[in-house]
Design a protein around this ligand. Structure first.
Ligand SMILES: [Zn+2]
Length: 345
C-alpha cells in the first residue's frame, strides 16, 4: 500500500511538471483526485488495511494529496506565465508607430456645386428655406397657376402617391409655403430634391436636385432679376462670362425667360481647336436656367396683393451645372455611389 501511494504521487508530480497547457493539467487532476481517480480509489480501499495501520496509511495518502494539489497550483501559474510571455513576444505593440488615419471622405460633387451656388446668393441676402418632399397637389401645382389639364399633372411626369399626395416635381412649393407664412418682402432660396417619372438614361434620372430663388417686394423689376443673375454667373463661371435672356413659358411666371451664358469651353466663339465646340455645338451659348416675373395668380393664391408687390423667381438644375462643371457625361454616375468616381473630386 505504501509503495502504491508513492508510485501514484511520483507519476502525478511528473505528469504535472510536464504539462504544457491547462487542459493537460486538468486531465491529471481528474485521473488522480477525481471521483474515479487513482488516489481516491486508494482511500476507498482503506477497509482492506489492518486497523492498526490505517492511521499511518491515511496520513500518507493525505500528504500525497496535499502535495499533488500544491503542484497543480504551481504548474497552473507556470503555464499561465509561459502563455503571457509568449504572447508578449509575438504580439508586441510598438507604441512609437504613427496611428492609422481612418479615410476622411469628401463632399459629393452635387453637394459641392449646390453649396457654391447657395453661398453666392447668400452673399446677396437670400435665405435658405426647406420644405417637404411629399407635397399636396395644391402646393405643387394649384397655387403655382398650373391649369388642371397641364401635362405636368399627368402620371407620366409625376409620382402620385396612393393617399392623394405626390412627390414634388420642383422646389417651388417651398416658395408657396414661405409666402403663406411671411408677408413681403421675401428673399429666399429653395434648394432640394425633386422627383419626376423619367426613364433613366445619361441625362435623365427620376430624382434630381435644384435650387430656386424668389424675391418679392415693392417695385421689383425684370432688370433686378437680370442684374442678380449676371452677378451670380460671373461669380460662378468667371468675370468674362456673358449672359442673354430668351423668351420662354412657365405657368408660374409671366413674362418668362431662359438664361443662356456664353460657352465656358470655347468662350463664346463656337469653335474649339478649329472644330465645332462639343459643349455648345457651335452656337457659343449654353442654356443655364429658367426664370421670370412671378405671375399675379401665384400672389393671389398665397394671399399677397398683386397690385402691391411684384417679384421674380429662377430655378437651376444642380446636376446639369455639375455635369458641365466636372465634365461628366452621364448623370447616373452621381447616384451610383461608386468610390472610383467619387474619389476624383
Ligand atoms: Zn462652346
Amino acid at each position: 500500500m505504501r509503495e502504491r501511494v508513492a508510485q501514484i504521487r511520483h507519476e502525478a508530480l511528473t505528469a504535472l511538471s510536464q504539462a504544457v497547457d491547462l487542459t493537460a493539467l486538468d486531465a491529471v487532476r481528474v485521473a488522480v483526485l477525481g471521483k474515479k481517480g487513482s488516489l481516491t480509489g486508494l482511500l476507498r480501499a482503506m477497509q482492506d488495511v489492518p486497523p492498526e495501520e490505517r492511521p499511518a496509511i491515511g496520513a500518507l495518502v493525505n500528504e500525497a494529496k496535499a502535495q499533488i494539489e500544491a503542484a497543480l497550483d504551481e504548474n497552473k501559474a507556470r503555464i499561465i506565465g509561459e502563455d503571457r510571455a509568449r504572447s508578449a513576444a509575438t504580439e508586441r505593440v510598438d507604441i512609437s508607430l504613427p496611428g492609422r488615419k481612418p479615410p476622411r471622405g469628401s463632399l459629393h460633387p452635387l453637394t459641392e456645386t449646390l453649396d457654391e451656388i447657395v453661398s453666392i446668393f447668400e452673399r446677396m441676402g437670400f435665405v435658405w428655406e426647406d420644405g417637404p418632399e411629399v407635397e399636396t397637389d395644391w402646393h405643387n401645382f394649384g397655387a403655382l397657376n398650373f391649369p388642371p389639364d397641364h401635362p405636368a399633372r399627368d402620371a407620366q411626369d409625376t409620382f402620385f402617391l396612393e393617399n392623394g399626395l405626390l412627390m414634388r416635381t420642383h422646389t417651388s412649393p417651398v416658395q408657396v409655403r414661405v409666402m403663406q407664412r411671411h408677408q413681403p418682402p421675401v428673399r429666399m432660396l429653395a434648394p432640394g430634391w425633386t422627383y419626376r417619372n423619367d426613364a433613366i438614361d445619361a441625362t435623365h434620372y427620376p430624382m434630381f436636385s435644384q435650387v430656386e430663388g424668389l424675391l418679392v417686394d415693392k417695385h421689383v423689376t425684370l432688370g433686378d432679376l437680370k442684374g442678380v443673375l449676371k452677378y451670380f454667373v460671373r461669380e460662378f463661371y468667371g468675370p468674362e462670362t456673358k449672359i442673354r435672356m430668351r423668351p420662354s413659358f412657365f405657368p408660374f411666371t409671366e413674362p418668362s425667360a431662359e438664361l443662356d451664358i456664353s460657352c465656358f469651353v470655347c468662350h463664346g466663339s463656337g469653335e474649339l481647336d478649329h472644330a465645332v465646340c462639343p459643349l455648345c455645338k457651335g452656337t457659343g451659348w449654353k442654356e443655364l436656367l429658367g426664370s421670370g416675373m412671378v405671375d399675379p395668380a401665384v400672389f393671389t393664391a398665397v394671399g399677397y396683393d398683386p397690385e402691391e408687390v411684384t417679384g421674380w423667381a429662377f430655378g437651376i438644375g444642380i446636376e446639369r451645372v455639375a455635369l458641365f462643371r466636372y465634365k461628366v457625361d452621364d448623370i447616373r454616375l452621381f447616384f451610383e455611389g461608386d468610390l472610383r468616381f467619387l474619389r476624383q473630386f
